[in-house]
Write a new protein. Sequence first.
Length: 94
Amino acid sequence: MVGRDAPAPFVRSAEAAGVAAERARREVLLWAPDGTLCGGADALLDVLRLRGHVAWASMLQRQPFLAALRLGYRWVARHRGLLGSLLGWPAGGA
């Protein structure tokens, strides 16, 4: 069962799962309970659904919200080093 109080799903190595290392560096990857893989903004929408925030996910998957979410995700991903330094995070993540 995956829900608000369920433990986090097993985290797989992207390399072991056959995902290109470049993709794994570029975006968050989510293996859904049914085994499907998605990444980036689409993965964020699935995380919202899995954590019980179905209404938010439903709203954000509609245009123009989906386009804005994807654009915003790509911008943050491209600038994560700058954003991390501005927030005082160590290099390599929070």
